[in-house]
Design a protein around this ligand. Structure first.
Ligand code: GCW
Length: 677
């Protein structure tokens, strides 16, 4: 039975007869260098598996390149490619880009490097999987962003912080002796969408991973991943020099501490010559950091950067900081801490910023740090795992959420200064660029727990490579590869996916409400949670509901967080009339009687919005039901069951939030909204 293990690499037989004939014809044989590098070998292996599955034929190696040969390689490895004199067109493709082109009846996959060839191979296979014609190909592709990295919040005991898909893939106990074949499938999946880095460990870090015993294990994973272009990174616990180094301090300006990190870096690179570098969470949520010693984030980051620099490694220093003692609006703290440090970071440091200023909410306005630190590479951090979006059971396709942030205009250098341009380096001429996604992957058979979680891993990779793709294009690719190329399957699932994120926003946090989830676990509604953990957090900290209205005043009359944005954005968000309604309660405290664009008063509009979210889930259920005979029972039934849970929980959210907020508004819930049961 289908269990989703194969992800989007299922390679089921091509059912379109004429296309199948076209493919078989074009793929009589392949030609690649005879002394294949490990990367070319995995490309050829992938082709063989795929061609066998898709076309039912064995891919044969060509004695010489005749017609209908698939040729793959670089000008250096393939004399045939060299003879085509493509180098002028290959040069701009850099060290990861590729070209897929038809020459004299042959399909050519050419690149400057073997990894470029592998990426091109996966692209070519995608054409077959999504049943595109390959008669006259003329494709070139290069990634927008250099570091396209998964962040695993995986602990050494194999629990996964905010993971909803089983345990960590990394079987530390059996490493380094045993290589779980799953590591290879993980690397294949990542390579197929252009992900080129993986941070193995949780940002709430355990220093033990930097000890020799663990580094031996990490080395084995790095060896497995290397042919797939996937570099390994680790989280570095700031206090590691004390915890595993026996030093008395971790002060970044202390020369012994600096030497300890240098030695540690040397030791790591001795074992893993292409080690990527460190990801660091410091002085945030109890993690140690440079501020413990009166130093800045730049002091801390630069110390590690200096240790990694001789080896070509980078530091990804997180900007997710806020302090429990700080009475100011949490949304403002990262900006206040980091903005003054612009220009102070070494050139192998990236500052990694969450998409929004609070914390991976179903909807957040973009983080004001994007555009605000022109001298510093700003790395995007998205969350793929659905911590605040229904975790392991709710269907939410997140590409529209990622795109909303990437497409947002910061106005940092006038109109058109989108977040995407900040992140891809084009706005401020940075060559070191990056994008991270907090992984939703674990040991469940289908990797992500919810089958549709796979689409978020997929979409993250595709957008990291190419942020101009539309969410719908990405959804359709994924559906074709995951389910079927039949229009009557593609269309309903596209509709389900495209409406899904907005549905979650409607039944959880409409109109810019945020962080009203249950305390700690963040699952389910909890707008009433009295927070004893911070002096300034009362039960109404984030929604601020009272008799008059609801919403967090972040304008000049309130916390003035809007002032952190560039003037055009600040005046838009700061104006009650101009602020997009989707962010209204993020920035404004609004009277219950306020007239919304729909003509309804806020209270009524909110009631109907929650109900709308519930109805959208019902729509998703109906559409899914129509696929009963089109999709294998295993996957069909699982998604169906999860949608049933989602429906129940959407109602739970609606009822809980409306009944609670009603205690402030004092207004009736409209009669046509179903009563809480
Ligand atoms: O989203 C929050 C989570 C924490 C997480 C933290 C972070 C890893 O609730 O579990 O810790 O953010 O991003 O550092």
């Amino acid at each position: 039975a289908e269990d989703g293990y194969d992800l989007w690499l299922r390679y089921k037989p091509v059912d379109n007869v004429s296309l199948k004939a076209e493919y078989v014809q074009a793929l009589k044989a392949y030609s690649a260098a005879t002394d294949k590098s490990p990367t070319i070998q995995v490309a050829v292996d992938e082709l063989s598996i795929a061609i066998k599955g898709l076309l039912g034929v064995e891919l044969k190696s060509a004695d010489q390149v005749g017609e209908q040969t698939l040729v793959l390689g670089t000008s250096a490895s393939s004399p045939y490619i060299a003879s085509l004199k493509l180098q002028k067109s290959l040069d701009p493709l850099g060290d990861e880009g590729y070209m897929i082109t038809t020459k004299k009846g042959n399909v050519i996959i050419a690149a400057n490097t073997d990894i470029g060839v592998l990426y091109g191979t996966f692209h070519f296979l995608r054409l077959l999987q999504t049943q595109q014609s390959i008669k006259k190909l003329n494709i070139t592709s290069t990634p927008n962003v250099k570091l396209r990295v998964l962040n695993h919040w995986d602990n050494l005991d194999r629990t996964v912080e905010r993971g909803y898909a089983g345990f960590s893939l990394w079987d530390w106990h059996r490493l380094p002796g045993y290589i779980d074949p799953r590591y290879i499938d993980y690397a294949r999946a990542n390579a197929s969408i252009g992900i080129n880095g993986t941070v193995l460990t949780n940002v709430n870090a355990n220093a033990l991973v930097l000890t020799p015993a663990y580094l031996e294990k990490v080395k084995v994973l790095a060896n497995v991943f290397r042919p797939y272009g996937l570099k390994v990174y680790l989280t570095a616990r700031f206090s590691a020099p004390i915890e595993i180094g026996g030093l008395k301090t971790a002060d970044p300006l202390n020369t012994e501490v600096q030497q300890w990190w240098k030695d540690k870096a040397d030791e790591i690179y001795n074992m893993i010559p292409d080690f990527g570098g460190f990801l660091v969470k410091a002085n945030s949520e109890g993690q140690p950091g440079p501020q413990n010693y009166g130093r800045t984030h730049a002091d801390g980051a630069n110390m590690m950067a200096a240790a990694l620099k001789p080896h070509g490694g980078v530091v990804m220093w997180r900007a997710f900081v806020y302090s429990n003692e700080e009475p100011d609006d949490r949304a403002k703290q990262a900006y206040n801490d980091f903005k003054p440090l612009d220009g102070k970071f070494d050139d192998n440091v990236l500052v990694q910023v969450k998409n929004g200023a609070i914390d991976f909410q179903p909807r957040e306005p973009f983080h004001p740090l994007f555009g605000a630190m022109p001298k510093t590479p700003m790395m995007m951090e998205f969350q793929i795992t659905q911590e605040y979006l229904g975790q392991g059971t709710h269907l939410a396709y997140l590409s529209p959420m990622y795109k909303e942030c990437l497409d947002a205009d910061t106005y940092a250098k006038g109109k058109g200064s989108t977040v995407a341009k900040v992140v891809d380096g084009s706005l401020n001429n940075h060559r070191l660029t990056g994008i991270a996604g907090v992984s939703n992957i674990g040991t469940e058979r289908n990797w992500t727990g919810h089958l549709f979680g796979q689409s978020n891993w997929y979409a993250f990779g595709r957008l990291a490579w190419s942020h101009g793709l539309s969410s719908e294009e990405i959804a359709k690719e994924w559906i074709r590869m995951t389910f079927s190329n039949q229009e009557d399957v593609i269309n309903p699932i596209t509709n389900i996916m495209m409406a899904s994120h907005e549905a979650v926003v409607s039944y959880m946090t409409p109109f810019g409400l945020h962080h009203i989830m249950g305390w700690g676990h963040h699952y389910g509604p909890g707008p009433w949670i009295a927070n004893k953990h911070r002096a300034d957090w009362t039960s109404v900290y984030y929604h601020k509901a009272d008799k008059n209205g609801i919403g967090f005043d972040r304008t000049a009359s309130g916390s003035n967080a809007v002032a952190q944005y560039f003037p055009e954005v600040a005046s838009k968000f700061g104006s009650l009339e101009e602020c997009p309604e989707k962010f209204l309660l993020w920035f404004h405290h609004v009277p219950w009687t306020y007239k919304m664009k729909s003509g309804k008063e806020l209270w009524n509009a909110m009631c109907y919005e929650y109900q709308h979210g519930v109805e959208e889930v019902e729509n998703m259920q109906q559409k899914w039901q129509s696929l009963e005979n089109e999709i294998d029972a295993g996957r069909f039934e699982q998604v169906k069951s999860f949608l049933k849970i989602q429906k129940k929980e959407a109602e739970w959210w609606r009822d809980a939030c409306l009944l609670y907020f009603q205690t402030f508004s004092g207004k009736p819930i409209p009669e046509d909204i179903p009563k809480a049961s």
